[in-house]
Every structure is written in structure tokens, then in C-alpha cells.
Ligand binder design. Structure first.
Ligand SMILES: NC(=O)c1ccc[n+]([C@@H]2O[C@H](COP(=O)([O-])OP(=O)(O)OC[C@H]3O[C@@H](n4cnc5c(N)ncnc54)[C@H](O)[C@@H]3O)[C@@H](O)[C@H]2O)c1
Ligand SMILES: [Zn+2]
Length: 339
């Protein structure tokens, strides 16, 4: 079995049918499965293949309390350092499971079956695992690669439209960062086509993962290039802080729109490219209106843990499939965005 991608430190990413791939990958392992209540309900055969730990749903579950609950269950199940933790779910499950595995008995092996589009193209790729602490996102975590990530395009079919679309925002982001062909491909498809065409989604997921995997290879610990993956995210994080109306992907779409407009305004991005980015986001059904005034978003920027002191690393598109990191004082960011 040949993995589709291999990331340094041994993470293999495989695209294919989960129920066929997982038993092969886990042969001879003492597996404990971690999933959430929805995946457990939708995929009982898969989830009942191993002793399982079922967690709740939502960002609130991504906590140290859930990690402790998993550790206690692992002890109860008699898991030792040779046990293997399999996380089956979206980004919440894989972030929590990866962190729980990395810290149980100083670290046991783990792997993922990623079941959301956002998880497949983003959360499960790159070896970052973490949980939220005191309302702040990803404040406790590790850099630790899973042994494998299985991405099954068929599992995306049970996702609600809203979750599917949220994942598409990260796909568009990946295309703008580094894949003009993927971008052009998406321009020719409708949201409805993407929803139902398994083969098409397999290729879309493959291309989006390739963008992230290549960047992670160059910069696993986010000293440089990995920052490119934050395209659209500086303002998206501020949107998520200021308003509960949008989920992460929806906020990323607005963040992409705002940074695209700005890049065109300052002459970094050709107007035609800017128009293409906005048109694609609109075609995919995103609302591109920020839910709160720009001034509020800019006030929020900088409280972000990712900003180093008074400087901010803003990712700016220069063309479709080329972006650059602009490091500037927060005050200048306000001027750039016209406030
Ligand atoms: N570690 C990283 O590098 C990284 C990167 C990006 C995002 N993340 C994290 O990922 C999290 C978000 O992940 P997400 O968007 O996958 O959310 P999620 O895990 O909450 O999944 C979204 C919802 O879809 C349900 N679901 C999952 N798979 C399904 C399926 N196949 N069919 C039907 N329903 C399904 C889940 O039960 C959940 O209610 C955030 O906490 C974010 O911080 C981490
Ligand atoms: Zn994101």
C-alpha cells in the first residue's frame, strides 16, 4: 500500500476507503478508538471495530478536561505504552486525540481517520495537536506527527452543507497559496457538483493536502513558510472572537476577501486576480460581509497569540498561487485596512 503523501517524521497520508485501509494499517496493533457522538452514530461498524472512547461535539470539548477523560478511559481499558490511539472524526477529535496520545504515558503512537473536509485538508495534516485553555484556542499542544492519516472522500457525503462549505474555504486558501490549477479547477465547478462527486473531491483533497504538506515539510515548527497557511486567518480569528455567527471556514472566507481587497488596493495583487478570488468564494456560496465593523476586527487583531509583540505577520496574495508574509507593526495594519 503506497501512501499518497509522506510528511517528515513519518506521517503517511492515504486517500481511500477507511473501512478497507484501517484494518491493514492497524494490523497487530492494540487499538483504542476515539471519536465523537455523531461519527459514532453515523458510522457504527467502523467505530465498533475497536474499544472506543466517545467524546462530545463542539469546540468546548477541545479541552484539558476531555484529555483527562480520555487518559482515565485509557487506564481503565488497560492501555499501555504499546497501545495505539486512533482518532476518527473532524478537527476537534483529531486535535484532542493527538494531544491525548502524545501525553499518555509520555506518548503513545497514534493515527487519524479524518472525517470532515476541513480536517482532511487542514487539521489532520501537519502534526499540530492541541486543546483550548481558558477560552484561548490551542494554548496547550504538541508538534507530533501521527503515524498515518486516512482521508475517505465518501465520508464527506454525510457532512452537513455548512461544514462542507467551511472546508472549502480552506481549499480555496490552499489554492491561493500554492496551486493555480486547483484554483482554475474549482472555478469550473459548482458547490453542488463538489458535494456529490466523490472522485472530484478525492482530487481536490489531494491537491489541497499537497499544498499544506509541502509547506509543513519545509517548516514543521512554524519559523517561516508555515505562516503562509495563515492566509485569511488574521482577520478570520478576529471575526470568530467578535461574533459567534460564523464558523471558522466562513470566517476564513471573509478574511480572504478582506486581505484580497487590501492586496489589490495597495497594488500587490492584480485586479483581475482579486476579482477571480472573490468570484470563486461567492460561487461557492460564502457570505463575504464581515459580521462586525472593520474597526472592531482591527482592535481584536494582536490579542492573537500568534502575533509576536507589536508586530503582525500578515499573509498577502501576490498572485493566484503565490503569497508572501508581510511583517508590520499592528498600527500599520490599521492603516492598510483603511482605519
Ligand atoms: N491541528 C491543526 O493544524 C488544525 C488546523 C485547522 C483546524 N484545526 C482545528 O480543527 C477544529 C475544527 O475541525 P472541524 O471543522 O473538522 O470540526 P469538528 O471536528 O467539530 O466537526 C464538525 C462537525 O461535523 C461532525 N462530523 C464530523 N465528520 C462528519 C461526517 N463525516 N459526517 C457528518 N458529520 C460529521 C462533527 O460531529 C462536528 O459536529 C478546530 O478546533 C480547529 O482549531 C486544527
Ligand atoms: Zn483555518
Amino acid at each position: 500500500m503506497k501512501p499518497d503523501f509522506v510528511i517528515r517524521n513519518a506521517a503517511s497520508i492515504l486517500l481511500g476507503q477507511a473501512e478497507a485501509l484501517l484494518p491493514q494499517l492497524l494490523e497487530g496493533e492494540r487499538v483504542v478508538l476515539v471519536t465523537d457522538s455523531e461519527i459514532d452514530r453515523l458510522y457504527p461498524a467502523l467505530c465498533n471495530s475497536y474499544p472506543k472512547i466517545v467524546i462530545g461535539r463542539g469546540e468546548g470539548e477541545k479541552s484539558l478536561a476531555t484529555v483527562e477523560q480520555i487518559h482515565r478511559m485509557l487506564i481503565e481499558l488497560g492501555a499501555d505504552r504499546k497501545s495505539f490511539l486512533l482518532g476518527v472524526g473532524g478537527g476537534i477529535v483529531t486535535d484532542v486525540a493527538g494531544f491525548a496520545a502524545s501525553t499518555y504515558m509520555r506518548g503513545i503512537d497514534f493515527g487519524f481517520c479524518s472525517t470532515t473536509l476541513l480536517g482532511q485538508v487542514d487539521a489532520s495534516v501537519g502534526g499540530k495537536n492541541g486543546v483550548n485553555v481558558g477560552g484561548y484556542k490551542n494554548m496547550a499542544g504538541t508538534f507530533n506527527q501521527p503515524r498515518f492519516v486516512v482521508c475517505d472522500p465518501a465520508m464527506l457525503e454525510t457532512l452537513p452543507d455548512r461544514e462542507f462549505r467551511a472546508g472549502l474555504a480552506e481549499v480555496v486558501k490552499a489554492a491561493v497559496i500554492g496551486d493555480a490549477d486547483l484554483f482554475a479547477h474549482l472555478e469550473q465547478r459548482s458547490f453542488e457538483e463538489l458535494r456529490v462527486d466523490r472522485q472530484l473531491m478525492r482530487e481536490v483533497v489531494r491537491a489541497a493536502i499537497a499544498v499544506k504538506a509541502a509547506i509543513v515539510e519545509r517548516d514543521e515548527r512554524e519559523a517561516g513558510d508555515r505562516r503562509l497557511l495563515n492566509l485569511g486567518h488574521t482577520l478570520a480569528h478576529a471575526i470568530e472572537k467578535c461574533s459567534a455567527a460564523m464558523n471558522h471556514g466562513e470566517a476564513v472566507a471573509v478574511g480572504l476577501k478582506l486581505v484580497t481587497d487590501m492586496a489589490v488596493r495597495i497594488g500587490y495583487l492584480a485586479q483581475g486576480d482579486g476579482e477571480r478570488i472573490l468570484a470563486l468564494l461567492e460561487r461557492l456560496g460564502f457570505c463575504l460581509e464581515a459580521p462586525v465593523p472593520m474597526a472592531d476586527l482591527l482592535a481584536e487583531v494582536g490579542k492573537d497569540k500568534k502575533s509576536a509583540g507589536d508586530l503582525i505577520h500578515l499573509i498577502v496574495p501576490r498572485a493566484i498561487s503565490s503569497c508572501e508574509v508581510m511583517t508590520l507593526p499592528k498600527e500599520e495594519m490599521k492603516q492598510l485596512f483603511g482605519n
